[in-house]
Design a binder for this molecule. Structure first.
Ligand code: T1G
Length: 696
């Protein structure tokens, strides 16, 4: 018997236990162990068999580390069919998360019981895959096509109570006494003459299903998950469950699973799965760092960012003290927060009681003295160094010893801010992305003196408020904004050389980004960057040889700041976020080139795409070279969770590896020849390109 699966006879019940830390993944040795144990259990004289797992969770899926490699026997079907064809009832006892192949395993058992805290789901779609061990054929037979399509195409985790109501779970048992609860359940059904209920034989819910369900699901998926292949394949498989006999449906599932498995999209999404987990690891941090206790939080500034940041903590039950300079700003900020909650409640995603509970966790104040016993304070005031230094000076006075002082700056020097305090080791950057209560990314900026306790605690805080924390070093714009600066500069140069705004944006949008650089600038607000450039005295203070395009400035001088003013690079109708071409701006661009003596030329989509993507990649390579990011996959996580890059592209660095670094480097060198001021090929890119290496 394999080490990771054990089998015992406990009186009249046999128990098969999986123990494969950390999440009991269905690794090849687990699959073999399950087959061996269930074969043995079928031969013994017990009346029923329980399948249960040790550790923190039931089987959380197939072993993702086995994907992309030659498959190791046995296939899932061997142990799963053995379970389904047992001559006695098999009861799956679920705790933690029964996900993917884990739920598919449970669906091959005749009954399922769970503790109330358990969750089930088929999240393969998030890995660019579909449930490949019968989930697309068995789940609709249990809960119906509509519910199954929704569950599988979204990959959502379903709580135990909902799963019980839907018929996936047959009984909820006491928390903390799962095995006894499962045994009691098994004895009860045996005494009631239990049948060997095979989900595969349940036809009622997959017969006479309205095909409109699938058409509607495809329309939803195409809109909500533009460019992702997996959701559409998931829907097609559930449709097959409703139109084909079980075994033919299983064959269809296997075929479509293999197609997705062999597609670059799935490799990219698996890359992001592991990259997200790797991002929480700090290379030089010892494993035994004690985390500081974070029970109460302070937020300085109730503006758009401050309000959103406060909501993150209230959303997970952590009380927040929200401080503003005056009552008017405080009331306005709280009004925005309540407005956000009311909108969520109006969509049925929060109850009124939950809205009041969360608002109740946010205490408003004008007095710094109210911050004397909080555990972390996050400053989110106006992006100006003098203002930030003044605030940190005050915080250093009032905050208790051991309180972390964090700044939400998106560009300023965290070390310079830390230097105005007597506790630079407790100072760190926590760069949230707007809207802060929605965007998952948190750039955690490690200062020169930031302690491991502060860093480790801030990473834990990120996880607690359901953010993806990525540790970066101090430099202008950190990782995300530093790279986007090069990307946006290229978008300007493409305009003055020959493109119109929609010609710059379209190739990036077609690649899969949520929007192109100029539409993104209109959304973020053109005035933000304009004020920063004015603050730096540009273009007058331009360094020698540095390239500068004034098209963005010219548009701002017209009071066009983007969506918020109804016009920027594009024009926007009131209430409609759709960008419309604007002949006035297109003329401005053409006139600007003429004024600067630039002969406009036809620029192909491919060149546009390469210049925008390679500007990100090349700057990413510089950032890795300087150690501002620990690993290339961190940059990919930053761009997927913070800058609208779809996970199926894997992020800019994964994309570069896919294109081939020799190709990227060759083009970057060609661009550098044409425009040495803007392109400095990164030494790391050169080395990897010449050695046939990859970033990831
Ligand atoms: N395979 C291999 N390793 C896994 C894994 C898996 N399925 N799930 C997690 N890990 C590792 C993870 O990399 C990390 O490692 C550690 O476990 C803890 O994870 C045929 C095709 C279960 C909800 O998609 O969603 O089944 O970083 O940090 O926050 O149809 O992990 O410590 O070295 O995330 O408590 C479908 C994926 C697979 C579930 C726990 N299943 N996992 O969250 O811990 S495809 C999934 C999760 C499939 C079949 C198909 C979460 C979790 P390390 P963690 P967590």
């Amino acid at each position: 018997m394999s080490q990771s699966v054990s089998y015992i006879v406990d009186g009249d019940i046999s128990v098969v236990t999986v123990n494969n830390p950390p999440v009991n993944a269905l690794s090849h040795h687990v699959r073999q162990g399950l087959y061996d144990c269930f074969t043995a259990a079928d031969a013994d004289d017990t009346v029923a068999t329980i399948l249960i797992c040790d550790g923190r969770t039931f089987i959380a899926g197939a072993d993702i580390t086995e994907f992309g490699k030659p498959p190791k026997p046995p296939h899932f079907s061997l142990p799963l069919n053995a379970m389904e064809n047992m001559s006695k009832p098999v009861v799956a006892a679920i705790h933690g998360t029964a996900l993917g192949g884990g739920l598919e395993t449970a669906l091959c058992c005749h009954y399922r019981v769970a503790v109330p805290s358990a969750k089930v789901g088929l999240p393969e779609v998030h890995l660019g895959l579909l449930p490949g061990a019968g989930g697309t054929q068995r789940l609709p037979r249990l809960i119906g096509a509509q519910a199954a399509v929704e569950a599988i195409a979204t990959g959502r985790h379903i709580d135990a109570a909902t799963a019980h109501a839907a018929g996936v779970i047959d009984a909820l048992v006491d928390e903390g006494d799962l095995l006894e609860g499962a045994k009691t359940f098994a004895r009860k059904i045996v005494s009631e003459g239990a049948t060997l209920r095979k989900v595969r034989d349940m036809k009622e819910k997959v017969t006479g299903v309205d095909p409109a369900i699938f058409a509607a699901a495809r329309a939803t998926a195409t809109k909500a998950r533009r460019g992702f292949k997996a959701p559409l394949s998931c829907i097609a498989c559930v449709e097959a469950a409703c139109t084909l006999p079980f075994d033919e449906g299983m064959a269809r599932e296997r075929e479509m699973f293999q197609e997705l498995h062999d597609d670059i999209q799935s490799s990219a999404q698996q890359h992001i799965f592991f990259a997200e987990r790797a991002a929480s690891k700090v290379n030089d941090m010892p494993n035994d760092i004690d985390l500081l206790d974070i029970k109460r939080v302070g937020v300085i500034g109730a503006g758009t960012m401050g309000g959103g940041i406060a909501m993150n903590f209230a959303n997970v039950g952590i009380p927040v003290i929200l401080l503003e300079m005056n009552q008017e700003l405080l009331d306005k900020g709280l009004g925005v927060v309540r407005g956000n909650y009311d909108r969520t409640a109006s969509k049925g995603r929060l109850s009124d009681a939950q809205v009041e509970e969360r608002m109740g966790l946010i205490t408003a104040t004008l007095d710094y003295e109210d911050l004397t016993d909080v555990d972390i304070i996050i400053e989110a005031v106006y992006e100006n160094m003098d203002v930030k230094k003044e605030v940190f000076g005050k915080l250093d006075e009032v905050a208790r010893a051991g309180c972390i002082l964090a700044t939400n700056t998106s560009t300023l020097d965290v070390d310079e801010i830390a230097a105005v305090t007597r506790r630079p080791e407790m100072v760190i950057g926590t760069h949230f992305f707007s809207p802060a209560n929605v965007m998952k990314l948190l750039e955690i900026v490690r200062g020169a003196k930031t302690s491991f306790e502060t860093l480790a605690t801030t990473l834990a805080v990120a996880k607690a408020i359901k953010k993806v924390g990525v540790v970066v070093g101090v430099c202008d714009g950190f990782v995300g904004n530093r790279m986007i600066h090069r990307y946006l500069a290229q978008s300007q140069y493409l305009l003055e050389e020959g493109c119109l705004p929609h010609e710059v944006d379209a190739p990036i949008y077609d690649l899969g980004f949520a929007m192109g650089p100029l539409t993104m600038s209109d959304l973020a607000g053109l005035d933000v960057g304009w004020r920063i450039r004015q603050g730096k005295g540009l273009p007058e203070n331009l360094a020698v040889g540095e390239r500068y395009c004034e098209i963005g400035d010219r548009i701002c001088e017209k009071g066009r700041f983007g969506q918020k003013t109804g016009a920027g690079y594009y024009k926007y109708e009131t209430g409609n976020r759709g960008a419309q071409r604007d002949p006035e701006i297109e003329q401005l661009v053409v006139d600007y080139s003429r004024e600067k003596g630039i002969e406009r030329r036809e620029i192909g989509e491919n060149e546009v795409l390469e210049r925008l993507m390679y500007s990100l990649i090349n700057e990413g390579a510089w950032i890795l070279e300087e150690g501002i990011a620990q690993r290339a996959s961190d940059i990919d996580v930053i761009y997927v969770y913070g800058y609208g890059v779809p996970a199926y592209l894997g992020g800019p660095m994964f994309y570069a590896d896919h294109i081939g670094l020799d190709n990227v480097y060759r083009r970057v060198c060609e661009f550098a020849e044409q425009d040495p001021a803007s392109w400095k090929p990164a030494p790391l890119l050169k080395r990897l390109a010449e050695s046939g290496g990859t970033f990831n």
